[in-house]
Each structure stands twice: as structure tokens, then as C-alpha cells.
Design a protein around this ligand. Structure first.
Ligand code: 1PZ
Length: 215
């Protein structure tokens, strides 16, 4: 029997949501950013419960952003640009040490932003890998070049252990549910420039406002 549409999950649709993230004048919509992450987490959960500690943290971050998106100041949270402006002007961000605003949109989104860089590096390795490429190695290399620099030793250790149980490239492509390996590679080639642009725009915005090291 054919699967119900909501059960049919393809990483193509997830990565497509990043297309919606950028407005014409290169602002990043928080709503679509969050939707993209939701899909990625769903994908992560389908890889097994070892990744639970990772998805739990990401889900928490998303919940915080949704609270802002749906809160009384929701109109200030439409784009990352408006969020940064609003939170800075109203002193709603802990800038140097943790304080009264542990759940600011700025520091919360920064955590996902750093993880987006990991995703970009990992998917690029996946795209250019050969048939016998090891996903665990690609994942670890991408992590060491990006996110790990922001994580304490225990987290790095736990992440390293989780990477080891990642399925091999063929099974990994299978779970992505995009089609043949050639189709996966082509899809990644389409999606990566979008993800990369969303990352760059956010990175520049955060750099301009000195927000790249928020506690
Ligand atoms: C396909 C394999 C998936 C591997 C995912 C690689 C990322 C490993 C990240 C490990 C993070 C684990 C636990 C949480 C750590 C938090 O301390 C940090 C900082 O937040 P703070 O403590 O300052 O509030 N959280 C993060 O760095 C956010 C991590 C989000 C990771 C999302 C990964 C989604 C993967 C999608 C897979 C396609």
C-alpha cells in the first residue's frame, strides 16, 4: 500500500525549505529557518536513538525560537535582522556573560547557525565522496572544523561516539529518500549553495554586531 503523504519524508523537501529562508533583500525569515531545522531533526531521529541527546538540544532551541515567533512581540521576530535589531535595542541579549537573558533569540539562533556550518561541510563531503566513503569520517571532519570549537570536552566525546554508528554511505543515501545516488548528489549540488548563502548572510550580520561569541 502507498504510504500516507505525511509519512513520506525526503531530505529534498527539507533542504528546499532553506530556499524560502531568504527574502529578496537577503533577510533571513526565522519561520522558515525553524522549519528547515525541524525537518533536519526529523531526519536525525530517523537515524536512531543514539542521536537523541543531539536532537533534544536542537528541539529545545527551536522551541525557544517558536516562543519568540508566537509571543507578544512576534512582529519583531519575522527576520533574523529584525530580531537582532529589536533584542539589541531593548537590551534583551546577554553580551559578555550569562545573565538575565539565557533564552534570547540571538544566542539561541547562534547555536543553530554554528550547526548549519557543520551541515554545510558535512553535506559537501557527502556530495563529493566516492562510493566507499565513510559517513562517520565525513561527519567527524566536518564537526572538528566547525561546531566542535564551541563545545566542551564531554560533548565532543559524546558526539564522536554517536558519529561512529552512522550508517555507511549507501544506507545513509537510502534514508535520505531522494532517489538514486546520482540523484542524491545532484540534489545536494542544488541545495548546498542555498544553505551556504543563508549561513553567509547570518554570519555577516552577527559579525557586524559583534554577536559571534554570545555566551
Ligand atoms: C547526521 C549526523 C548528525 C550529527 C550531528 C552533528 C552535530 C553534533 C552536535 C552535538 C551537540 C550535542 C549536544 C548539545 C550541546 C549544546 O551544549 C550546544 C550549545 O548550546 P548551549 O549549551 O550553549 O545552550 N548546542 C549546539 O551546539 C546545537 C547543536 C545542534 C545540532 C543539530 C544537529 C542536527 C543534525 C541534522 C542532521 C542532518
Amino acid at each position: 500500500a502507498p504510504e500516507a503523504p505525511e509519512e513520506k519524508f525526503s531530505l529534498r523537501e527539507v533542504l528546499d525549505t532553506f530556499k524560502l529562508c531568504l527574502s529578496e533583500d537577503k533577510e533571513v525569515y526565522v519561520e522558515h529557518y525553524v522549519a528547515g531545522w525541524r525537518g533536519l531533526i526529523k531526519f536525525l531521529n530517523s537515524l536512531g536513538s543514539v542521536f537523541g541527546f543531539i536532537s533534544k538540544d536542537a528541539v529545545n532551541k527551536i522551541k525557544i525560537l517558536v516562543t519568540h515567533l508566537e509571543g507578544e512581540n512576534s512582529s519583531e521576530y519575522v527576520t533574523v535582522q529584525s530580531m537582532v535589531k529589536y533584542e539589541l535595542e531593548n537590551e534583551l541579549v546577554d553580551l559578555n556573560k550569562r545573565g538575565n537573558h539565557p533564552e534570547s533569540g540571538c544566542r539561541t539562533l547562534l547555536r543553530l547557525h554554528r550547526a548549519l556550518r557543520w551541515l554545510e561541510l558535512f553535506l559537501e563531503r557527502l556530495r563529493t565522496s566516492g562510493e566507499d566513503g565513510k559517513t562517520s569520517v565525513m561527519c567527524a571532519e566536518a564537526y572538528n572544523e566547525s561546531l566542535s570549537q564551541h563545545h566542551p570536552w564531554v560533548v565532543r566525546k559524546a558526539a564522536g561516539m554517536a558519529f561512529c554508528v552512522l550508517p555507511g554511505r549507501p544506507a545513509f543515501f537510502e534514508v535520505m529518500n531522494v532517489g538514486t545516488p546520482e540523484q542524491v548528489v545532484a540534489m545536494l549540488g542544488d541545495a548546498l549553495p542555498l544553505i551556504s548563502e543563508v549561513y553567509q548572510v547570518t554570519e555577516e550580520l552577527y559579525a557586524q554586531h559583534n554577536l559571534l561569541d554570545l555566551p
